[in-house]
Design a protein around this ligand. Structure first.
Ligand code: CMC
Length: 428
């Protein structure tokens, strides 16, 4: 029997159906709330209790620390799949066959040129510009070179737009870094795999033959997979809501990049390394920073700790911590901030403040340590997150458009002045 929720307001009872997901999550369907109650609305700042959509892409159980893309566990995907397979899985719903993957790879490579005039736009940015701002702007600028909206009813047009952005985005991301480093822009090499080519585009030198490093590329591949989707987080919700106005895919993605930039979201990976460095420079006293994080009069937060949904552990953080130790070991790098990070986590995980609030290391806590070991500059960390999250944003945008979801437009409770008579300036 289907479940019903009953709401009572001033003695009047209203019934709402409860919908159940495939993992038995329950949601009260309040689509008719305003109509039947005569305008009563719900209020939930930060949407802590509000489901914005039904989605078949990613399942996340914050209590049990479960993360699955299209039903496959993150642990298995990080271990056995490569990033391009995960892109295909997230966007189209199934793991690709060898033939489908080959075609996908080929189609992406076909689109991997960026209009040369984009270089003029890149040139207009000062070298000091943050790469996330540049990447968001360049993604938006792509619209000018690819005008016309995607016909979402045409599978072919959708596929075309998807391979186009998957192809051009890594070029733009790599160019953003090369511009900062005053290196000539590189188009990569289509004989390489997607992740290897990204690495080449970022790191090749004009006077040296690029040599791939398997440890580096495997680590990068894994990091991209771990970041590839995370259901209705801030940037993904942004992509969906911008797309819900029927703004195009590139415009929606550009908005998502801006949302990801913030230090409470993707920008946390940069903030974590900066925090760990500051602790190191301050003598490595982790207890002092734990105390600061707990002090309600101090704005300091332990960056890379806490999560809106995970209240037990973040499965991605577990994988990344292990990977950080392996990558640093394999590359023969000793990074003192890894010890500081481990020390902080050890103390915090036993501390009443963190235990009570269920605050655990999140995906960003250890990822920066790997990025740093791979030679990626700190201000590029969030760009790496964006490169990983790209297929998730695309999948969510595609799902939203195919389900013909209505325009996103939340309500509010007005708490301002009641009607006032306008006063001419001489009377104010
Ligand atoms: N350090 C110290 N206290 C914290 C922290 C932290 N990192 N995170 C949460 N708290 C406290 C917070 O002060 C509050 O305490 P109280 O109940 O006494 O007021 C309580 O824990 C609940 O916090 P909240 O801010 O209401 O929780 P939220 O779900 O709104 O925020 C969060 C989640 C991730 C924004 C937050 O934990 C945070 O700011 N963490 C640091 C930034 C970070 O690492 N962000 C990356 C998130 S994972 C990657 C991604 O998906 O973007």
């Amino acid at each position: 029997m289907s479940k019903i929720a009953t709401l009572e307001i001033d003695g009047n009872k209203y019934e709402f159906p409860i919908i159940e997901g495939t993992e038995n999550e329950l949601g009260i369907d309040i689509k008719t709330l305003r109509a039947v109650t005569g305008g009563v609305t719900t209020i939930d700042p930060g949407y802590k209790n509000t489901g914005s959509c039904e989605s078949a892409i990613t399942f996340l159980d914050g209590e049990k620390g479960i993360l699955r893309y299209r039903g496959y566990s993150i642990e298995e995907l990080a271990d056995k799949a490569d990033f391009l397979e995960v892109c295909y899985l997230l966007i189209f719903g199934e793991l690709p066959t060898a033939e489908q993957l080959e075609k996908f790879d080929k189609d992406i490579k076909e689109e991997s040129q960026v209009d040369e005039d984009m270089k003029k736009i890149l040139d207009g940015f000062p070298k000091s510009a943050h790469p996330m701002g540049v990447l968001s702007s360049l993604t938006s600028a792509l619209i000018a070179f690819n005008p016309g909206s995607v016909d979402v009813d045409s599978e072919e047009a959708m596929y075309g737009a998807i391979v186009k952005i998957l192809a051009k985005f890594p070029v733009l991301a790599a160019w953003t870094m090369r511009k900062k480093k005053s290196l000539p822009l590189d188009y990569g090499d289509n004989s390489l795999g997607y992740v290897e080519n990204l690495h080449k585009m970022m790191f090749s030198r004009p006077n040296q033959t690029y040599e791939a490093n398997k440890i580096v590329n495997d680590a990068l591949d894994k990091l991209l997979i771990l970041h590839a989707d995370h259901e209705q987080n801030c940037s993904t919700s942004t992509v969906r809501i911008v797309g819900s106005s029927h703004a195009g895919l590139f415009a929606s993605l550009s908005a998502g990049i801006s949302a990801l930039w913030g230090p409470l979201h993707g920008g946390a990976n940069q903030a974590v390394i900066e925090m760990l460095e500051a602790i190191r420079e301050d003598g490595g006293d982790t207890a002092k920073y734990i105390a600061k994080a707990k002090d309600k009069n101090d704005p300091f937060r332990l960056m890379g700790f806490g999560h809106r949904v995970y209240k037990n552990f973040d499965p991605r953080a577990k994988i990344i911590k292990k990977s950080a130790e392996e990558v640093l070991g394999d590359l023969g790098i000793e990074d003192p901030v890894l010890d500081i990070a481990k020390g902080l986590a050890e103390v915090a995980l036993k501390d009443e403040y963190f235990v009570q609030r269920k605050l655990y290391p999140n995906v960003d806590f250890y990822s920066g340590i790997i990025y740093r070991a791979l030679g990626i500059p700190t201000d590029m960390f969030t760009v790496m997150f964006a490169l990983g999250r790209l297929p998730g944003w695309i999948a969510q945008w595609r799902e939203m458009r195919l389900r013909k979801e209505p325009i996103g437009r939340p309500r509010q409770i007005y708490i301002g002045e009641n009607y006032r008579v306008f006063k001419p300036i001489s009377e104010r």
